[in-house]
Design a protein around this ligand. Structure first.
Ligand SMILES: Cc1cc2nc3c(=O)[nH]c(=O)nc-3n(C[C@H](O)[C@H](O)[C@H](O)COP(=O)(O)O)c2cc1C
Length: 353
């Protein structure tokens, strides 16, 4: 690849740290992690004069090297422990130059860097030289296209996660499912008792059987509510299809057996509430882990309304109380996201400062 474009460009633009390799006049190499921004033609790196005692950023090793020998290499990578099918890196070779404040491109690059990194908004990087790298050769390796649409950090994974309701028929490897379940295991729980169990559905026959059993129950409820038969039929078909077409369904269940027992109903109810809260945390761990690993999940609350039907259809032990269906797979398309309320609507502080 001659230039940085397509998925490789998206991947590079979305990462936050790259490794910049330079060499001095004698060829002695150095490599340093850097923040950077991609403007579509060049990579820009601020010379923010760390360490603090160094007044002149041009005395930094990378700046001296570039002035002596402009050829550089720049690498960006994703490493997901336990998901090596998601490993990816892009290696860029190119020519670097030092760009002084006021020179062409400097001001626009500072704006880009500040848009990408909040910290740069508080630093006087506009008064300092920057490095610009023009790629001449690009090598992309691994799951670059998949990683390009998934963030590398937890901060970006949280708002990126979305509820997916339609999946492609791409299968999900068992290791991927286990990785997601492993994330659930580390959720906080009351007294550390982990009051949850997970039933995993991968077989079309199990999913079809469950869809049918739940459908019959739901049909009766909707008819009881006075819904017109054509509306009932349509909603049933959508729900059935959601269950059948998901490559994997995780059924998170409450398991209250190991919790503390109280003689009064109030404290017992609080104990159960803690278990439900904890199950929510376990589910969120799974949703985030799946999203980060290139998968997607949904959340269907239907089992809450027909617990005994789900228990019977899946032959669950009587003390496994199904709480939801979590379809897991690869999204058929990017779903629309619901907007969020601003933080001011959700939070009260004990002071204005
Ligand atoms: C407890 C709970 C139950 C949910 N049940 C359903 C459901 O039955 N069907 C559905 O399509 N989505 C369900 N969702 C997903 C929400 O609709 C979704 O999280 C919300 O619209 C925000 O969208 P997002 O997850 O894409 O950010 C449920 C979410 C939670 C937390």
């Amino acid at each position: 690849m001659a230039v940085l474009e397509g998925a490789a460009a998206t991947f590079v633009a979305a990462r936050e740290v790259g490794m910049l390799a330079t060499a001095d006049a004698a060829g002695a190499p150095s490599v340093v992690p850097v923040c950077y921004a991609w403007d579509g033609a060049e990579l820009w790196i601020a010379l923010d004069a760390k360490p603090k005692q160094m007044r002149d950023p041009l005395r930094l090793r990378r700046a001296r090297d570039i002035q002596a020998r402009p050829q550089v290499a720049f690498a960006v990578h994703d490493y997901l422990a336990g998901a090596w099918d998601q490993l990816a890196h892009v290696l860029i070779r190119g020519e670097a130059r030092i760009v002084m404040p006021g020179e062409t491109g400097h001001a626009a690059a500072i704006d880009l860097l500040r848009a990408k990194y909040a910290e740069y908004r508080r630093m006087p990087i506009e008064t300092r030289p920057a490095i610009a790298i023009r790629p001449s050769r690009v090598t992309a390796w691994g799951a670059v296209a998949e990683r390009a649409v998934r963030p590398a950090t937890l901060e970006a994974t949280i708002p990126g996660r979305r509820s997916v309701r339609r999946f492609s028929d791409r299968p999900v490897a068992r290791e991927q499912v286990e990785r997601v379940l492993e994330a659930a295991r580390w959720a906080p729980s009351p007294h550390g008792r982990q009051p949850w169990r997970f039933m995993v559905l991968t077989q079309p026959t199990t999913k079809a059987h469950l869809a049918l059993a739940m459908g019959e129950e739901w049909q009766a409820t909707l008819a009881q509510d006075g819904e017109p038969p054509d509306v009932v039929a349509k909603r049933m078909a959508i729900s059935r299809e959601r269950i059948r077409s998901a490559p994997v369904i995780i059924v998170p269940c409450l398991y209250l057996v190991d919790l503390d027992q109280y003689p009064d109903p109030e404290r017992q109810a609080a104990e159960t509430t803690m278990a439900v809260q904890s199950l929510g945390a376990a589910i969120q761990n799974m949703l985030l882990c799946a999203y980060q690993a290139g998968l997607d999940m949904g959340w269907m609350c239907a089992p809450l309304f027909c617990q005994s039907v789900v228990q019977a259809a899946l032959a669950l032990p009587a003390d496994w109380l199904p709480q939801a269906l979590l379809p897991l797979g690869y999204a058929a398309a990017d779903p629309k996201r619901r907007p969020r309320r601003p933080l001011e609507d959700l939070v009260r502080w004990d002071s204005q400062t």
